[in-house]
Design a protein around this ligand. Sequence first.
Ligand code: SF4
Length: 414
Amino acid sequence: MKNIPIYFNQNNALPDVIQQNQYINKIYQNFSNVQTQVSIESGYFILTMMPSLKCDLNCPHCYLSKEQRRSDEILSIHHLSLILKKIDDYYEKRNINQKIILVYWYGGEPTEMGFDYFEQAIELINSIFNQNKKYIVKHTILTSLIGVNHRWFDFFKKYCDGHFQTSFDGLMRGKGYLKKWQEKVIEAKSFGLSIGTISVVNHELLKLGAKDTLDYLSKLGIEEASFLPFMLNEQNSEKAYDKFAPTMNSWSQFMIEISKDYFYKKQNNQPVPEIGQLAFILSQKNKTGLANIAGQTLFLLPNGDFVLPDYKDGYKEYMRVFGNGIELSFDEVLKSSERKSYIRKQLLKNNNDDCQQCENSHYCVMEFWKENKKNDDCFGGKLYIEWLESFSYQNKDNPMIQKIIEQQKRSIIY
Ligand code: SF4
């Protein structure tokens, strides 16, 4: 969800290859101090907006119940305004100079909320978190793309720096679905939009194979690609998880193959998307471990609850509620006993013996801490990290590879 890279070089000048990307250029100018802010409290807030959970699809990895996906409940503009003003008050009282608010529109399918609601909500956010008060705000929408038309493409240009994210899961949702999705991607590209894909690695993607997956995304002109492990949740625990979820060993192997091909394509000046997890691991290694404790992020639900994914019975995902933003002040939400206990759990790495002793713990891809599976690679993708480090070492005298790695190390992942 957050593994999208932005690139810096040592002199804060943009590398040539990136200079052509207007989207990244624009963001770059605004992010000079992002590395020093690691929590909501310090002014770096990844606000995942889920004001509606409505979606017509039935994806096997979805963390929402069918009831939630078919529900028309929506966070009203009035309540949204109330919550945003509370956040603004919070920062005002603390006299925090620069605030960076990265707004991710998830769901459900965000475009199901309708054009008018969406525009009002975004305008409201931009007006409350405005530049005069030293806010930097960036909106990113994750859409299935299936029902999206040119009006939305204009919307992405106007409000999202000409960029959007879309889910790509190979044939997991069937051939007909993939065909429609591909047509939309081609249409969006011809409209001049920049696209990031988010894939939940599943058996269908493994069948396609890492190299063919990367070839496919490269040919479509995808700029960024992120590959997440398939998580067990209350909705898919009955059937879909067993049917579609690969082991973490397979995830790591898939990432190794994708990365080998990524480096090959980069060295040969072939178009290839940036790989979120690869950039995350390399860039995170030299940063503070505090960036890896979910202290920057909250999800906002239709009823005003602030939540984050947590795990029970080992690694089964559910949404843990910290407090309701309509009823409580933002300070009360942040200081709630639920959030304190959640952050403690992140700091202690879920008390996992293997993680507490692990030297990779502050830069592995375990996004929210949970128990690891027995007899499998961990959720941090240790096998992949070890491969990446040994690949870097083996290529220490290869200037091309080292240049690519250095570029990744200076990327900012949000
Ligand atoms: S790499 Fe694996 S073992 Fe190490 S901290 Fe991350 S999840 Fe735990």
